[in-house]
Structure formats: structure tokens, C-alpha cells
Design a protein around this ligand. Structure first.
Ligand code: ADP
Length: 265
């Protein structure tokens, strides 16, 4: 399946260009155990995975397979039991909370299923908030390009309640991109959207990778959403069990069936 192009302004291209070959993030032997004794759960069991710079990777797997835990550990939102997680050149294991917060603010962008916009702020204020929290001055040219690309130029003064779900998620995409993060983590970004809005958001994410050299890692249970990625990594029982390059919705569905499609949501 091919998807409509979602053109981004050429002026927005980063100086270093896309797909520099370096890895943006990696896990090595990453394990995560919750609880103790009878309530002990091994959510991740020795996961090793690399997310290349300028690549769009989808993480799929049945419910409870460890997708969210992997994303949270890699984004410094949850502690690691053993092994390591790295963002760029920085190993997250052993970093104190303040250092993790700094890395999240300076190097990461987040997109959530529930949009997570602040209701009292306008779209533009929401987009700028992470930069302000990090004490950074926006790069106006980049910001203009991101806002134009995501089709929000005439909605910047609106509050989230005045925007559709698709528009709110596009604000969240612009917010994640505003700081030109090392990597964007998207957790079921289309879970609350209709298929048309989903297509717009996914096309935008794919274009940000293809044309701006961004790195995106997206958890999804939707084979159509995964088909926008360049690569799909499959998790089951806390382990990586398979991977697919240049996925189509059909090829993803076929793999999921092999692991039990009925559990895949
Ligand atoms: P997925 O995102 O694939 O649905 P999760 O990463 O949420 O899977 O969960 C993986 C496993 O870890 C599940 O068995 C889940 O119940 C368990 N788990 C996740 N978070 C916690 C937690 N905070 N406390 C205890 N167990 C958890």
C-alpha cells in the first residue's frame, strides 16, 4: 500500500540531512521487572533493539507484550531493571531523575493517544510549551515550517476545545517537532482518531521522517498505521520476536496472525 505524500517545505530540511546512519536510540539486553514475589511480572526480557536516525519504526505486539514498557524505559519515563537504554550517546541507566528530565526536555518529543494538550493554552502556546520549559528560544523558521506543514497556520489562536480530534493531534505533532528532538516517541497516536484524521497524522509523521530527517518510534496495534513506518518490530511476552522492513498493512496483518491476531489489541 502506498500513501499520499504530505509535502513539507524544503526550507525545513535539517543541515545534517536525513538518515545519517547513526542510531538515535538503542536498548541492549533491556529487562524490566515489576513487583516482587507472587506479583512479579517480567515486562521486558532482554530486549536489544536499535532505532536508526531518520527512521520511522512501529512497535507492535499483543496487549501486555511490553510495548508501552519498552517505550517508557527508552524515554526515561520508567526505570530499567537490567541492561541499558541509550538516547543518542547518553546511557539512561543510572541517571538521576533531574538528568532524565533534562534529556526528555532537550532530546525527546512525545505524542500520546489522548493528545495531552493543556486546555487553557492556545494551539501555539501548547506547541511552544516544551521549548519554554527547556528555556530555549524557538527557531522561528523551523517553527513556521512545522506549523505550515501540519496545516495549522489559521488555528494557532484556538484552544484545544475549539479543535477537532485530528486537529488536536496535529497540534501535538507540531509540539513534538518544535524542538527538533533527537527522537519522537508516539504512543498509539491514532488510537482516538477516525481513519481520515489518522491518515493525516500518519502522513505527517512519515513526511517528518522522510523530508526532515526526524526519527519516530510509534507504538500501535493498527496494521494500517504500522504500514506508514519503514520498519515494524514485533514484541511478544517482553521479547522481540520478529521484524519487518517496508511493511504493508497486509504483511503486518499476516505476521500478527502468526502471533495470535485475536490478542493483538
Ligand atoms: P503493552 O503496552 O504491550 O500492552 P505493557 O508494557 O503495558 O504492555 O505491559 C507489559 C506487562 O507488564 C504486562 O503484563 C503488564 O501487566 C505489566 N505492567 C505494566 N506496567 C506495570 C506496572 N506499573 N506495574 C506492574 N505491572 C505492570
Amino acid at each position: 500500500m502506498s500513501h499520499a505524500a504530505y509535502p513539507l517545505p524544503a526550507t525545513a530540511a535539517p543541515a545534517e540531512g536525513p538518515a545519517g546512519g547513526r542510531s538515535a536510540a538503542a536498548a541492549v539486553g533491556l529487562s524490566k521487572v515489576y513487583g516482587q514475589g507472587e506479583t512479579r511480572v517480567t515486562a521486558l526480557d532482554g530486549v536489544s533493539v536499535e532505532f536508526g536516525r531518520g527512521e520511522f519504526t512501529a512497535i507492535m505486539g499483543p496487549s501486555g507484550s511490553g510495548k508501552s514498557t519498552l517505550m517508557h524505559c527508552m524515554a526515561g519515563l520508567d526505570s530499567i531493571s537490567s541492561g541499558s537504554a541509550r538516547i543518542g550517546g547518553t546511557d539512561l541507566s543510572g541517571l538521576a531523575d533531574a538528568a532524565l528530565t533534562k534529556i526528555r526536555r532537550e532530546k525527546l518529543g512525545f505524542i500520546f493517544q489522548a493528545f495531552n494538550l493543556l486546555p487553557t493554552l492556545t494551539a501555539l502556546e501548547n506547541i511552544l510549551l516544551p521549548l519554554q520549559l527547556a528555556g530555549r528560544t524557538p527557531d522561528q523558521e523551523w517553527l513556521d515550517a512545522v506549523v505550515a506543514s501540519v496545516g495549522l497556520a489559521d488555528r494557532l489562536g484556538h484552544r484545544p476545545s475549539q479543535l477537532s480530534g485530528g486537529q488536536q493531534q496535529r497540534v501535538a505533532c507540531a509540539r513534538a517537532l518544535a524542538s527538533r528532538p533527537e527522537i519522537i516517541f508516539a504512543d498509539e497516536p491514532t488510537g482516538n482518531l477516525d481513519s481520515r484524521s489518522s491518515g493525516e497524522v500518519l502522513s505527517f509523521l512519515a513526511a517528518s521522517v522522510r523530508e526532515l530527517g526526524q526519527t519516530v518510534v510509534m507504538v500501535t496495534h493498527d496494521p494500517v498505521a504500522a504500514s506508514y513506518a519503514g520498519r515494524v518490530v514485533f514484541l511478544a511476552d517482553g521479547r522481540i520476536v520478529d521484524e519487518l522492513q517496508r511493511p504493508t498493512a497486509d504483511s503486518v496483518l499476516a505476521r500478527m496472525k502468526r502471533f495470535g491476531a485475536d490478542q493483538a489489541v
